[in-house]
Design a protein around this ligand. Structure first.
Ligand SMILES: [Zn+2]
Length: 227
């Protein structure tokens, strides 16, 4: 993997342990993405630790020991404002619901994620998330075509097995047990849709059907030994 240092002025001091990795799509071409993420004149300054081009070249904009501004309002496993404890990768793709991620880009992403996880052992598989997981309804990236299953096979993040016995009881409680936010500013249907976007992209309808509840049951089983 080719890594180019291209510092952004948009960062802040890091006070907490890094334990979350957030994946995004840029929604912009490479050059524009690099400009926006290094612009310190915007009213709302943004950045990320890495930008990953379609040809697999990685650009490092912010050092991992500094906070980058990629997640915004966000929630995972009972914590909010995840910039403080996360690393962000912006993957160049104009919209991951419509455009595939090229193989060479996915291979580079897997290598980059493995490097990051190696440096930050607190990033457990469950804490490798999409922006859509931590900001339901507000964000949809990295999108329906993002190859989460491929990443999981390569040891990056989780992917559910089919055929588990569906969870019983309150779906919202179960989603929160996995990491999703409470239904405060969004509805449970929004959060179910966010879960489906990630783990059952074939049908994203916000309905807790048999398959959705079975996939969630399997994922909860996969993480039952985690703290
Ligand atoms: Zn994003």
């Amino acid at each position: 993997m080719k890594l180019i240092e291209l510092p952004s002025p948009n960062h802040a001091a890091r006070a907490a342990t890094v334990d979350v990795l957030v994946l995004h799509f840029t929604e912009l071409p490479l050059d524009e993405s690099l400009n926006v993420l290094r612009d310190d004149q915007r009213p709302h300054r943004v950045s990320s630790h890495y930008v990953l081009a379609e040809d697999g070249t990685a650009y490092r904009l912010v050092s991992e020991d500094r906070v980058a501004w990629h997640a915004g309002r966000s929630h995972w496993r009972g914590r909010e404002a995840l910039n403080a404890t996360s690393i962000g990768i912006e993957i160049v793709n104009l919209h991951g619901d419509r455009h595939d991620y090229p193989e060479v880009q996915v291979a580079a992403l897997i290598a980059l994620c493995r490097d990051i996880i190696g440096r930050h052992p607190a990033i457990v598989p469950r804490n490798i998330v999409g922006h859509s997981d931590i900001a339901p309804k507000r964000k949809v990236d990295p999108g329906l075509r993002f190859p989460w299953a491929t990443l999981a096979i390569e040891g990056v993040g989780l992917w559910p097995h089919a055929g588990a016995t569906p969870i019983e009881g309150d779906i919202q409680t179960a989603l929160q047990r996995f990491g999703y936010p409470p239904a405060v500013e969004v509805t449970t249907a929004d959060i179910i849709a966010s879960f489906q976007r990630r783990f059952r992209p074939g049908r994203v309808d916000g309905i807790a059907d048999h398959e959705t509840c079975a996939l969630l049951a399997d994922l909860l089983d996969q993480v039952r030994h985690e703290a």
